[in-house]
Structure formats: structure tokens, C-alpha cells
Write a protein that binds this ligand. Structure first.
Ligand SMILES: NC(=O)c1ccc[n+]([C@@H]2O[C@H](COP(=O)([O-])OP(=O)(O)OC[C@H]3O[C@@H](n4cnc5c(N)ncnc54)[C@H](OP(=O)(O)O)[C@@H]3O)[C@@H](O)[C@H]2O)c1
Length: 240
């Protein structure tokens, strides 16, 4: 039985991942920060549906560095990690505060990198896989989301560098770069902003979380063991 840690399992893309992983026979640690209810419901549902597999709710504020050792100590076996956590700050760089920059850095880069370090020994015991949910903005950048784009790009550089370092240990490290996905993260858009966004997507619609999850589950699977250091854009034809 393989155990996957899904960071951001209380979010829309994370939840879609957990559901597909469960269907594929994995056991899952479902991480949340504030939305315990979402993860408790998911864990209860999946434990009923797949009684042979394990589903655990695991809390962590990814800006709380001191909480990391205890969080890691509670994970007994880990064969894969999905980083589907974090949000954006939508404003001009001139208005972005140092505290907002620090928070974005910790959630998108520093804590995921620390988790890779701390879970390395567990991942090498069996063939391990790591998948980052980056963003198309990490490839092309986005005005009004300069810090977010910068850190999504940093995730992609980390994936390339770390993949080379751990390839001989049997660990794969990849990223998916979604375009716009129909999730909570985009709920703040006005209908005009949403229409403008959709008009720039060749597929003519936002992605569904399940469509992003499908590419993540593939990258975690044994079918993808020779893919590492890669970024898979999932953008509906949005050119990167
Ligand atoms: N939606 C899009 O259009 C889109 C496009 C490209 C990339 N992405 C990326 O996809 C990933 C998932 O996004 P989503 O759309 O599924 O967003 P979402 O539904 O808003 O979920 C965000 C997740 O991040 C967690 N999180 C936020 N702050 C945290 C913190 N300080 N510590 C720990 N966890 C924290 C949330 O936990 P709680 O809810 O429990 O607090 C939640 O599980 C993100 O990395 C995002 O950048 C999204």
C-alpha cells in the first residue's frame, strides 16, 4: 500500500487529488490549515468507501516553522507528496507588504522545500514521487501577482534542481502548471474579470480541479517513473 501526503487537501485541487488517489488504491494523509471540516468530511467519506485504505487528517500552518518537526513525526510512511497548498495576493507589487511576501514564500517555497528535506529518508526507503502544483504564472508571469508568479517560478527551478539531485535515489520530482482552475482561489474575480480570463483561454473555459488532479496522479504513478524534473502545463491551450 502506498501512502501519499497531500498538502492542501482541504482546497479544491487537493480534494480532487485525494479522491482520485483513493480510487487508485492509495492511502492518503490529508493536510489542512483552517478548514478542518472539509478534510474531516473527506476522510469520513473515503474511509467508508475504501475500508482497506487509510485516510488521516493532518493539520499544519505552513507559516509556522516550529510546528514542522511534530508534523513530520506523525507521518509513519510516505511514498509521495503533493504540494497543492497556498493562495495568491492580488495587488500591485508596490502595495505588497513584506509580511505578505514572507507568507507567500513560506507557503509556496520554504515549507515545501523543508518538507522534502525532512521526508527524504522516508521517501528513499521506497521509490518516492513529489509533485508541485505550480502555475502557468510561474512560466509566463502575471501583473498584479508578481510575488506569486516569482514563487511559482521558484517552485519550477526547485523541481529541476532537486530532481537531478535525487534521481539516483529513485525519487521523481515534477510539477504541473495549471492555467485558470474553477476553485475557491478564483472566487474573488468579478464576472467581468472571469469572462476576460476565459476569453484568453483557447479551450474557452476554466479547468475543473479533477482535470488538474488527473495529471498529478499520473506523475505520482509507476507509469511516470522515468519522468523527473519536468513541468507539465495543463492550460487548455493557453500558450506558455
Ligand atoms: N485555482 C487556480 O486557478 C490555480 C491555478 C494555478 C495554480 N494553482 C495552485 O494550486 C494550488 C491549490 O489551489 P486551489 O485553487 O485548490 O486553492 P484553494 O481551494 O483555495 O486551496 C488552498 C489550500 O491551501 C491551504 N493553505 C492556504 N494557506 C495555508 C497555510 N498558511 N498553511 C497551510 N495551508 C494553507 C488551504 O488550507 P485551509 O483551507 O485548510 O486553510 C487550502 O487547502 C495552489 O498552490 C495554487 O497556487 C491554482
Amino acid at each position: 500500500m502506498k501512502y501519499i501526503l497531500v498538502m492542501g487537501a482541504s482546497g479544491d485541487i487537493g480534494q480532487a487529488c485525494v479522491k482520485q488517489l483513493a480510487r487508485e488504491g492509495y492511502s492518503v494523509y490529508c493536510h489542512y490549515h483552517t478548514n478542518r471540516q472539509a478534510v474531516d468530511t473527506l476522510v469520513a467519506e473515503l474511509s467508508c468507501q475504501y475500508p482497506q485504505q487509510d485516510f488521516f487528517a493532518v493539520p499544519l500552518d505552513m507559516t509556522d516553522e516550529a510546528a514542522l518537526p511534530a508534523f513530520v513525526a506523525d507521518l509513519f510512511e510516505v511514498n509521495g507528496i503533493v504540494f497543492a497548498s497556498g493562495g495568491t495576493v492580488y495587488k500591485l507589487l508596490a502595495d505588497t507588504t513584506p509580511a505578505e511576501m514572507d507568507r507567500l514564500w513560506q507557503v509556496h517555497v520554504k515549507t515545501p522545500v523543508r518538507l522534502c528535506q525532512l521526508l527524504h529518508s522516508k521517501l528513499v526507503r521506497r521509490t518516492g514521487s513529489i509533485v508541485f502544483v505550480s502555475s502557468v504564472y510561474g512560466l509566463i508571469g502575471s501583473p498584479m501577482e508578481v510575488m506569486y508568479s516569482t514563487l511559482k517560478g521558484a517552485q519550477l527551478s526547485f523541481v529541476k534542481a532537486y530532481a537531478g539531485e535525487v534521481a539516483s535515489s529513485g525519487i521523481t520530482v515534477n510539477a504541473v502548471a495549471p492555467g485558470a482552475v474553477d476553485t475557491q482561489m478564483n472566487q474573488a474575480l468579478t464576472s467581468e474579470e472571469k469572462e476576460e480570463l476565459i476569453s484568453s483561454i483557447p479551450a474557452g473555459r476554466l479547468a475543473q480541479p479533477a482535470e488538474i488532479a488527473a495529471s498529478i496522479v499520473f506523475l505520482l504513478s509507476d507509469k511516470a517513473r522515468y519522468i523527473t524534473g519536468s513541468t507539465l502545463p495543463v492550460t487548455g491551450g493557453w500558450q506558455v
